[in-house]
Design a protein around this ligand. Structure first.
Ligand code: ATP
Ligand code: BTN
Length: 246
Protein backbone atom coordinates (compact mmCIF):
# COMPACT_ATOMS: atom_id res chain seq x y z
CA UNK A 1 0.00 0.00 0.00
CA UNK A 2 1.35 3.40 -0.97
CA UNK A 3 -0.07 6.92 -0.69
CA UNK A 4 -0.62 9.03 -3.76
CA UNK A 5 1.54 8.72 -6.88
CA UNK A 6 1.61 11.80 -9.06
CA UNK A 7 3.46 12.40 -12.33
CA UNK A 8 4.27 15.95 -13.48
CA UNK A 9 5.58 17.10 -16.83
CA UNK A 10 7.75 19.77 -15.36
CA UNK A 11 8.24 20.91 -11.81
CA UNK A 12 10.90 22.81 -9.85
CA UNK A 13 11.89 19.75 -7.84
CA UNK A 14 9.94 16.63 -6.91
CA UNK A 15 11.44 16.88 -3.40
CA UNK A 16 10.35 20.50 -3.00
CA UNK A 17 6.84 19.54 -4.09
CA UNK A 18 6.58 16.84 -1.43
CA UNK A 19 8.02 19.15 1.22
CA UNK A 20 5.37 21.79 0.41
CA UNK A 21 2.53 19.31 0.57
CA UNK A 22 3.85 17.10 3.36
CA UNK A 23 1.16 17.99 5.96
CA UNK A 24 -1.77 16.80 3.82
CA UNK A 25 -0.18 13.76 2.23
CA UNK A 26 -0.45 10.11 3.17
CA UNK A 27 2.65 8.19 4.10
CA UNK A 28 4.59 6.77 1.14
CA UNK A 29 3.33 9.37 -1.33
CA UNK A 30 5.37 9.63 -4.53
CA UNK A 31 5.96 12.49 -6.98
CA UNK A 32 7.65 11.82 -10.32
CA UNK A 33 8.51 14.32 -13.03
CA UNK A 34 9.61 14.26 -16.66
CA UNK A 35 11.88 17.24 -16.01
CA UNK A 36 12.91 19.52 -13.16
CA UNK A 37 13.76 23.21 -13.45
CA UNK A 38 15.52 23.31 -10.07
CA UNK A 39 16.68 19.77 -9.36
CA UNK A 40 19.09 19.73 -6.46
CA UNK A 41 21.72 17.55 -4.87
CA UNK A 42 23.42 17.79 -1.52
CA UNK A 43 24.38 21.21 -0.17
CA UNK A 44 22.60 23.21 -2.83
CA UNK A 45 24.34 21.59 -5.78
CA UNK A 46 22.42 21.27 -9.02
CA UNK A 47 20.97 18.00 -10.27
CA UNK A 48 20.80 18.29 -14.06
CA UNK A 49 17.25 17.28 -14.92
CA UNK A 50 16.48 17.61 -18.64
CA UNK A 51 13.27 16.17 -20.09
CA UNK A 52 13.49 12.92 -21.95
CA UNK A 53 14.63 9.66 -20.59
CA UNK A 54 15.62 9.96 -16.96
CA UNK A 55 13.89 9.31 -13.67
CA UNK A 56 13.26 12.08 -11.15
CA UNK A 57 11.29 10.83 -8.21
CA UNK A 58 10.69 11.62 -4.55
CA UNK A 59 8.85 9.81 -1.78
CA UNK A 60 7.57 11.01 1.58
CA UNK A 61 8.09 8.62 4.48
CA UNK A 62 7.04 9.39 8.04
CA UNK A 63 8.81 7.94 11.10
CA UNK A 64 7.82 7.99 14.76
CA UNK A 65 11.26 7.62 16.27
CA UNK A 66 12.85 10.95 15.31
CA UNK A 67 16.00 11.74 13.35
CA UNK A 68 18.14 9.54 15.59
CA UNK A 69 16.37 6.44 14.28
CA UNK A 70 17.21 7.36 10.69
CA UNK A 71 20.96 6.90 10.58
CA UNK A 72 21.93 4.92 7.52
CA UNK A 73 18.76 5.85 5.67
CA UNK A 74 20.48 7.22 2.56
CA UNK A 75 22.71 4.11 2.41
CA UNK A 76 19.64 1.87 2.74
CA UNK A 77 17.98 3.79 -0.09
CA UNK A 78 21.06 3.03 -2.21
CA UNK A 79 20.49 -0.66 -1.56
CA UNK A 80 16.81 -0.25 -2.52
CA UNK A 81 17.88 1.31 -5.85
CA UNK A 82 20.26 -1.60 -6.49
CA UNK A 83 17.42 -4.03 -5.77
CA UNK A 84 15.26 -2.21 -8.32
CA UNK A 85 18.06 -2.25 -10.90
CA UNK A 86 18.55 -5.96 -10.28
CA UNK A 87 14.84 -6.41 -10.97
CA UNK A 88 15.30 -4.90 -14.46
CA UNK A 89 18.42 -6.91 -15.20
CA UNK A 90 21.17 -4.46 -14.23
CA UNK A 91 23.75 -5.87 -11.84
CA UNK A 92 26.81 -3.76 -12.53
CA UNK A 93 26.10 -0.78 -10.26
CA UNK A 94 27.69 -0.17 -6.87
CA UNK A 95 27.43 2.30 -3.99
CA UNK A 96 29.70 5.18 -3.11
CA UNK A 97 29.16 6.39 0.42
CA UNK A 98 27.02 8.15 1.43
CA UNK A 99 24.56 8.81 -1.37
CA UNK A 100 25.75 7.88 -4.85
CA UNK A 101 24.95 4.94 -7.10
CA UNK A 102 27.91 4.43 -9.43
CA UNK A 103 28.83 2.35 -12.42
CA UNK A 104 32.58 2.14 -12.62
CA UNK A 105 33.84 5.63 -11.91
CA UNK A 106 30.72 7.43 -13.10
CA UNK A 107 27.63 8.59 -11.26
CA UNK A 108 24.50 6.75 -12.34
CA UNK A 109 22.05 7.94 -9.69
CA UNK A 110 21.94 10.28 -6.72
CA UNK A 111 19.96 10.14 -3.51
CA UNK A 112 18.91 13.15 -1.46
CA UNK A 113 17.39 12.66 2.00
CA UNK A 114 15.85 15.72 3.67
CA UNK A 115 14.35 15.55 7.16
CA UNK A 116 11.73 17.65 8.85
CA UNK A 117 9.86 17.44 12.14
CA UNK A 118 11.22 16.55 15.53
CA UNK A 119 14.65 15.36 16.53
CA UNK A 120 13.24 12.75 18.90
CA UNK A 121 9.57 12.56 17.93
CA UNK A 122 7.44 12.29 14.81
CA UNK A 123 9.37 13.30 11.71
CA UNK A 124 9.29 12.91 7.97
CA UNK A 125 11.90 12.17 5.34
CA UNK A 126 11.59 13.37 1.76
CA UNK A 127 13.77 11.02 -0.24
CA UNK A 128 14.67 12.10 -3.77
CA UNK A 129 16.18 9.82 -6.39
CA UNK A 130 17.59 10.92 -9.73
CA UNK A 131 18.43 7.96 -11.98
CA UNK A 132 19.91 8.42 -15.43
CA UNK A 133 18.37 6.20 -18.07
CA UNK A 134 19.46 7.99 -21.23
CA UNK A 135 21.35 11.25 -20.92
CA UNK A 136 21.65 13.80 -23.70
CA UNK A 137 25.32 13.96 -24.79
CA UNK A 138 25.59 17.61 -23.78
CA UNK A 139 25.07 16.78 -20.11
CA UNK A 140 28.38 14.99 -19.70
CA UNK A 141 30.38 18.21 -20.00
CA UNK A 142 28.10 20.10 -17.65
CA UNK A 143 28.18 17.63 -14.75
CA UNK A 144 31.68 18.40 -13.44
CA UNK A 145 32.30 14.70 -12.79
CA UNK A 146 31.95 11.51 -14.84
CA UNK A 147 28.29 10.56 -15.17
CA UNK A 148 26.63 7.61 -16.86
CA UNK A 149 23.24 6.13 -17.67
CA UNK A 150 21.51 2.77 -18.04
CA UNK A 151 21.85 3.02 -21.82
CA UNK A 152 25.64 2.93 -21.45
CA UNK A 153 25.44 -0.09 -19.15
CA UNK A 154 23.32 -2.08 -21.57
CA UNK A 155 25.05 -1.26 -24.85
CA UNK A 156 22.42 1.25 -25.94
CA UNK A 157 19.23 -0.68 -25.07
CA UNK A 158 18.18 0.45 -21.59
CA UNK A 159 15.26 -1.28 -19.90
CA UNK A 160 11.85 0.31 -20.42
CA UNK A 161 11.59 3.47 -18.33
CA UNK A 162 8.16 2.60 -16.94
CA UNK A 163 9.50 -0.74 -15.76
CA UNK A 164 12.41 0.99 -14.09
CA UNK A 165 10.06 3.49 -12.45
CA UNK A 166 7.74 0.74 -11.21
CA UNK A 167 10.68 -1.28 -9.86
CA UNK A 168 12.07 1.77 -8.04
CA UNK A 169 8.69 2.72 -6.55
CA UNK A 170 8.05 -0.78 -5.26
CA UNK A 171 11.61 -1.25 -3.96
CA UNK A 172 11.28 2.04 -2.06
CA UNK A 173 7.83 1.23 -0.68
CA UNK A 174 8.94 -2.20 0.56
CA UNK A 175 12.38 -1.07 1.64
CA UNK A 176 11.23 1.99 3.57
CA UNK A 177 8.76 -0.12 5.53
CA UNK A 178 11.56 -2.57 6.37
CA UNK A 179 13.80 0.35 7.37
CA UNK A 180 11.06 1.63 9.67
CA UNK A 181 10.96 -1.70 11.49
CA UNK A 182 14.63 -2.68 11.48
CA UNK A 183 16.71 0.33 10.48
CA UNK A 184 19.99 0.00 8.60
CA UNK A 185 20.51 -3.53 9.98
CA UNK A 186 18.12 -4.84 7.33
CA UNK A 187 20.42 -3.47 4.59
CA UNK A 188 23.92 -3.75 6.03
CA UNK A 189 24.86 -7.03 4.35
CA UNK A 190 23.75 -5.92 0.90
CA UNK A 191 25.39 -2.54 1.41
CA UNK A 192 28.69 -4.23 2.23
CA UNK A 193 28.42 -6.42 -0.87
CA UNK A 194 28.13 -3.33 -3.09
CA UNK A 195 30.41 -0.94 -1.18
CA UNK A 196 32.83 0.49 -3.74
CA UNK A 197 35.06 2.24 -1.19
CA UNK A 198 36.38 -0.79 0.73
CA UNK A 199 40.15 -1.00 0.37
CA UNK A 200 40.23 2.14 -1.77
CA UNK A 201 42.51 5.06 -1.16
CA UNK A 202 40.23 8.00 -0.32
CA UNK A 203 40.51 11.70 0.07
CA UNK A 204 38.26 12.70 2.98
CA UNK A 205 37.25 16.34 2.71
CA UNK A 206 36.19 17.57 6.10
CA UNK A 207 35.42 21.26 6.87
CA UNK A 208 38.36 21.15 9.31
CA UNK A 209 40.80 19.78 6.78
CA UNK A 210 41.52 17.11 4.26
CA UNK A 211 43.31 13.80 4.64
CA UNK A 212 44.02 10.58 2.79
CA UNK A 213 42.75 7.29 4.21
CA UNK A 214 41.76 3.77 3.21
CA UNK A 215 38.09 2.75 3.19
CA UNK A 216 37.16 0.03 5.71
CA UNK A 217 33.41 -0.28 5.19
CA UNK A 218 30.64 1.24 7.28
CA UNK A 219 29.55 0.74 10.88
CA UNK A 220 26.12 -0.38 12.13
CA UNK A 221 24.81 3.20 11.85
CA UNK A 222 26.04 3.65 8.31
CA UNK A 223 28.98 5.90 9.22
CA UNK A 224 32.08 5.44 7.04
CA UNK A 225 35.07 3.71 8.63
CA UNK A 226 38.48 4.71 7.33
CA UNK A 227 42.10 4.21 8.38
CA UNK A 228 44.38 7.20 8.09
CA UNK A 229 47.92 6.94 6.78
CA UNK A 230 49.22 7.25 10.37
CA UNK A 231 47.26 4.10 11.30
CA UNK A 232 44.49 5.88 13.20
CA UNK A 233 40.96 4.49 12.67
CA UNK A 234 38.38 7.24 12.09
CA UNK A 235 34.60 7.10 11.76
CA UNK A 236 33.17 9.69 9.40
CA UNK A 237 29.58 10.97 9.49
CA UNK A 238 28.04 11.96 6.22
CA UNK A 239 26.66 15.41 6.96
CA UNK A 240 29.68 17.60 6.37
CA UNK A 241 32.09 15.37 4.57
CA UNK A 242 32.85 14.52 0.96
CA UNK A 243 34.86 11.50 -0.07
CA UNK A 244 36.80 11.15 -3.31
CA UNK A 245 38.70 8.17 -4.60
CA UNK A 246 42.26 9.45 -4.75
P1 ATP B 1 29.33 14.42 -2.36
O1 ATP B 1 30.16 13.20 -2.21
O2 ATP B 1 29.84 15.55 -1.59
O3 ATP B 1 27.88 14.17 -2.19
P2 ATP B 1 28.84 14.85 -5.21
O4 ATP B 1 29.73 15.52 -6.19
O5 ATP B 1 28.35 13.50 -5.55
O6 ATP B 1 29.62 14.87 -3.86
P3 ATP B 1 26.14 15.68 -4.74
O7 ATP B 1 25.64 16.93 -4.14
O8 ATP B 1 25.89 14.37 -4.07
O9 ATP B 1 27.68 15.86 -4.97
O10 ATP B 1 25.55 15.57 -6.20
C1 ATP B 1 25.49 16.68 -7.04
C2 ATP B 1 26.49 16.49 -8.16
O11 ATP B 1 26.06 15.44 -9.02
C3 ATP B 1 26.59 17.68 -9.08
O12 ATP B 1 27.48 18.63 -8.59
C4 ATP B 1 27.07 17.05 -10.40
O13 ATP B 1 28.45 16.89 -10.41
C5 ATP B 1 26.45 15.68 -10.36
N1 ATP B 1 25.24 15.61 -11.21
C6 ATP B 1 24.36 16.57 -11.50
N2 ATP B 1 23.37 16.12 -12.29
C7 ATP B 1 23.64 14.83 -12.51
C8 ATP B 1 23.00 13.81 -13.23
N3 ATP B 1 21.85 13.99 -13.90
N4 ATP B 1 23.58 12.60 -13.19
C9 ATP B 1 24.72 12.36 -12.52
N5 ATP B 1 25.37 13.29 -11.82
C10 ATP B 1 24.84 14.50 -11.82
C1 BTN C 1 22.90 13.90 -5.01
O1 BTN C 1 23.61 13.07 -5.60
O2 BTN C 1 23.36 14.88 -4.44
C2 BTN C 1 21.44 13.70 -4.92
C3 BTN C 1 20.72 14.03 -6.18
C4 BTN C 1 19.23 13.80 -6.01
C5 BTN C 1 18.46 14.18 -7.24
C6 BTN C 1 16.99 13.87 -7.10
S1 BTN C 1 16.09 14.06 -8.62
C7 BTN C 1 14.58 13.90 -7.75
C8 BTN C 1 14.74 14.69 -6.46
N1 BTN C 1 14.43 16.09 -6.68
C9 BTN C 1 15.50 16.87 -6.51
O3 BTN C 1 15.50 18.11 -6.63
N2 BTN C 1 16.57 16.13 -6.16
C10 BTN C 1 16.23 14.71 -6.09
Amino acid sequence: HIGMLEVHWDIDSTSSELARRNPVLDDLSFVLAEAQSAGRGRRGRTWLSPPGMNLYLSVLKRFDGGFASLSGLSLAVGVMILRALDEVGIRTAGLKWPNDVMAGNAKLAGILVELSGEYSGPCAAVIGVGLNIRLPDSLHERAGQPITDLAALTGGQPPDRNHVAAAVVSALADGLRAFERQGFAAFAKEYAASDLLVGESLRVIDPRGEYVATGEGVDERGALRVRRADGEAVTVDSAEVSVRRS
